[in-house]
Every structure is written in C-alpha cells, then in structure tokens.
Design a protein around this ligand. Structure first.
Ligand code: OVM
Length: 396
C-alpha cells in the first residue's frame, strides 16, 4: 500500500512566500514526507531525512533535466546547461574531478593570509564609522575584493557578476516577473560573463586558466573549459555575498551569540556552519525522477519534478533542537545548505573561508553589531537574499 501524498495549495515562487519563505516551511514539513504542489505541478520534500535521501540517490533524482522548474527534456534551457550542476554521471564525474583539482583546499590555504589582511583592512575602515549598509559595503565588497582575482578575471566589468548571479538563480524558478526583470536589467551581464570565460581574458595562475590547462592535458575540451569557468562565475558570487549577509543578519538578531563568539574566537568555524544551516541562502533546488521512485512509502512517477527545500530541511525539528534559534555552539554539520552527495557545493571551502575572514576580522574589533534600520529583502526565485542591512559596528 502506497502512502497517499497530500496536496498543498502553496506557490513557492509567489512574492509573499519568497519574502518570508520560513513561514511556509512548517506547513510543508508537517503535511508529510512528500507533498504535491498543484500550483506548480511538482512534488516537494521539506524534511531533512527525505531531502538528504533524494540528494543521495542521484540515479533516481537526476540533475541533467535541469535543477529548476523547467524540464530540459521538454523545454530549452535559458543558456547551455552547466556541465556540473545540470549534468549526471558519467559526464558530471569527469568535469567534477577536474574542477575539484583546480578548486583545491591547498591553493585556498595559500591565499588565506592575503584574504584575512583584506578583510581586516575593510572591517577596520567600517568600525566606528556610524551606520552603514552592510550589504554593499561588506557582504558584497569583500567577496568582490578576493574572488574575481582568484579566478583571474579581467578588472573591467566586474560589477556584472552579481546581476548575472541574480539572473541565474531566478532562472531556476518560473518565468515570472522576477526573472523577466532580472534578465532585462542584466542583458549586458550575460554578454560580459560569456566573454570573461574565454581563455584570452583569463590571467595566468588563476583558477580559470587552470581549467584551460586541464583541457590542454586532455581532461576536457576547450569548449568544455569555457563552460566550466562559467560555473565559477555563476555560482561563486551571489551565493557567498548572501551567505555573509545572512551571517551578519544572524548576529544582529542574536546579539548574545556575538558575545559568545568574541569570548571564544575558536568557535568561528562553528559559527559559519551554523549560519549556513540557519540562514537559508540557497532555499531550494529541483531534481527530476528518471524512474518511478518510492520514498517514505510514497510513490512518485517517472518524469516528475521534485522540489527539495534545503532551507526547510535545515530547520527540521526532527533533526535539530530549537531549529529557528541561531546557536553557534550547536553541531550544525549535516546541514544541506551546500546540498549533499555528488553535487555537493564545489566552492564550499571558498564560501567558508570568505565568511571566516570577515568574522575573523570583526571578532577583535567589533564589540557590538547594532541594527541601524530595517532589513530589506531582495526577492529571488532561489536565493534568500538581503538587499539592505543597515548596521553600526561599535568599536571594541
Ligand atoms: C553552475 C552552477 C553551479 C551551482 C549553482 C549555480 C546558479 C550554478 O555550474 O553554473 O547557480
């Protein structure tokens, strides 16, 4: 006997839902291990156990038909598919192994002192300056000061990186006003990114050029290298910007946790992990069933789109105690903020290192992170993004 799958009258891409996605998570989790969303014609999972199980079973829940609402076997994707995110084995494993060697922990460790010095200088400038908007001046400024140089991008036009990320993350949802507006606003960004991925526009020594050098060794074609470099540019900026913003926002809302971190700076890695669990930067990703699936006694037919609520899984009370509480001393590992399984975030160490550098710079210098105005959201079909975060950093 199959367990009946309840229907829920929820459009996850409705602006009201996007403005406060956490409000809909309880209903999604409590309706059942699998729910059907007739408003978008997709199945959905929001509990940690099922989200993780689906991510683990990459042969049933495939990525090659797109990880957004569009089924690439029926609809043409808005750009040539990513050779990592929107690919399945064996192609995925070949490209992923190549990219893992480029985006290595060893190369990141080498540059961490340089990143820390940059974060220290940036924070030193912002402390005691009165109120400022932490989104442009810190959450955007820091990643933009380190990541494009890591890839080896040309200097001119880097302002296109965030608008391009906005398009890409909106494109996982329906063709709603958010996507149409992002595309219209950032036509030039798409062209700039395409140009920037070309070999002649990448600096020697950067991660971008290293992908081409892997192509020279026969690990992929030159055309594949160009598209793999695009993955760095698409996935590496908007995500870390909003990850840092979410961490700052968490400490604004839980000031005692900032004092706890200042009292024991060795908690910084835990704090970053907890903000990844709590913050919900990447809210959702889809998979498509390659065959009939059974999960928690529920039957999902072949060819179904399944929406996985990563951020809801990260606050599932079945998995975490008092999940809505931001608590830096908790064991947050096991969160699915970076996904799980073969597609788990390639750049996760970049994201962690950037956040650690920012918090590390703030710990000795900032006695208090004071709210200086209302937080404003930037609605996006995939990201839980912050548009404005007015704060004042009280000097230590
Ligand atoms: C990609 C990619 C990977 C992860 C996330 C993402 C837009 C894109 O390979 O292009 O979001």
């Amino acid at each position: 006997m199959a367990t009946a799958i309840p229907s829920l009258d929820l459009d996850p891409f409705d602006p009201v839902v996007l403005a406060d996605p956490f409000a809909s998570h309880t209903g999604l989790r409590e309706a059942g291990p699998v729910v059907f969303l007739p408003r978008i014609g997709c199945f959905a999972m929001a509990r940690h156990a099922e989200v993780q199980a689906a991510l683990k079973d990459f042969e049933t829940y495939v990525s090659g038909r797109g990880v957004g609402l569009a089924d690439f076997s029926r609809e043409e994707p808005w750009r040539p598919p990513s050779l990592l995110l929107e690919a399945d084995p064996p192609l995925h494993d070949r490209t992923r192994n190549l990219m893992n060697r480029v985006a290595s922990l060893a190369s990141l460790r080498k540059i961490m002192p340089e990143w820390q010095a940059k974060a220290d200088a940036l924070v030193a400038r912002l402390v005691g300056q009165g109120p400022f908007d932490a989104v442009p001046e810190l959450a955007e400024a820091f990643p933009l000061s380190v990541f494009p140089d890591l890839i080896g991008l040309r200097k001119a036009g880097r302002e296109h990186l965030i608008p391009y990320g906005t398009i890409a993350f909106n494109a996982f949802g329906p063709r709603n006003a958010l996507l149409v507006e992002a595309m219209e606003a950032a036509q030039a960004a798409t062209a700039w990114v395409a140009e920037s991925c070309k070999r002649e526009n990448l600096r020697p020594g950067g991660w971008g050029m290293q992908v081409y050098e892997a192509a020279d060794r026969g690990e992929c074609t030159q055309a594949e290298a160009e598209r793999l470099v695009r993955s760095f540019l698409t996935a590496g900026v908007d995500t870390t910007v909003n990850g840092i913003a979410a961490a700052l926002h968490a400490f604004v809302q839980f000031p005692d946790e900032w004092q706890r971190l200042r009292a024991d700076p060795s908690l910084v890695k835990r704090a970053v992990e907890e903000s990844l669990r709590w913050g919900g930067t990447v809210q959702t990703f889809f998979r498509t069933t390659s065959r009939a699936a059974e999960i928690a006694g529920c039957h999902i037919p072949e060819g179904s789109k399944v929406l996985l609520f990563l951020a809801a899984a990260n606050r599932d009370p079945r998995r975490w105690e008092d999940p809505d509480r931001f608590a830096i001393t908790r064991q947050a590992s096991g969160h699915v903020g970076f996904g799980f399984g073969i597609h788990q975030c390639l750049g996760q160490m970049v994201a962690r290192m950037e956040a650690e550098a920012v918090l590390g710079a703030m710990i000795p210098r900032v006695a208090e992170i004071r709210e200086a105005g209302p937080v404003r959201r930037r609605l996006n079909n995939t990201l839980h993004a912050i548009d404005a975060l007015p704060v004042e950093l009280v000097p230590a």
